[in-house]
Design a protein around this ligand. Sequence first.
Ligand SMILES: [Zn+2]
Length: 291
Amino acid sequence: MKHLLFIVLVAWAGIAHGTIKVVTSLPDLADFTRQVGGDRVTVDNIVRGDQNPHFVEVKPSYMMKLKAADLFFLIGMDLEMWAPQIIDGSRNTKLEVVDLSKRIDKLEIPAKLDASQGDVHRYGNPHYWLDPRNIRIIVEDIVAALARVSPGDEQFFRANGEAYLKKLDGKIAQWSSTMKPFAGTRVITFHKSWTYFTAWLGLVVMDQVEPKPGIAPSPSHTAELITLIRQAGIKVIVVEPFYDSSAADQIARSTGATVLRLSTSTGGVDGTDTYLALMDYNITTLAGALK
Ligand SMILES: [Zn+2]
């Protein structure tokens, strides 16, 4: 009887307590939310790590994910051009949409709003989560948002956030020291995904395989890159898992440079199920190729 009462009480407490329902755009934001929210949140993400976050085909199932959610965490800066359609379609009037870019020091903000930065970086470069020093701001904002939904759990969220950031700080020191010998190294990337990452590490991105963000490679730009790589002695071309590498492969064959698959999000390549594992993978792979 005592046992039964205990089980009933635990079940009741679980229902009464409830969990905060969070949807995120990127799997990286889902990881941070799990680190902060523990068992007091349920988290789902829209974009997989091996998908291009700029271009997501809107599906009714995404609207269903948002229908019952309390919070929707976004990178912002128009990375998720597809998000307004999902938010409208969810018809969830209680949903709080949280733009995590608000307090970030943004890079490549265009002097005036036009298409000169290509189709997809009109409000500046949105790939700020690849500088791990920006994760502190993201995690603090996640703590605050969860606490708005469940004020009684604020201390729990805050303690988890601080523990995670302490672990992250240790990793940042380790990654910086691994990459220190390569400061000033020149690289080519496929897309401007690595602006914050390379600024953090002191690497120099000479050009992109895309002529402009979101614009497919062209033969004339590819020819220019071959000349540039030969002249500058560039060793690596960084390509995300979701881009067709044929233009980069052609450049590599003509120059002897290596095409390196680095991932911009957790789960983009095998064994990167958390942000820390993702960054471990990117740093180890890059350092190995630049040696
Ligand atoms: Zn982009």
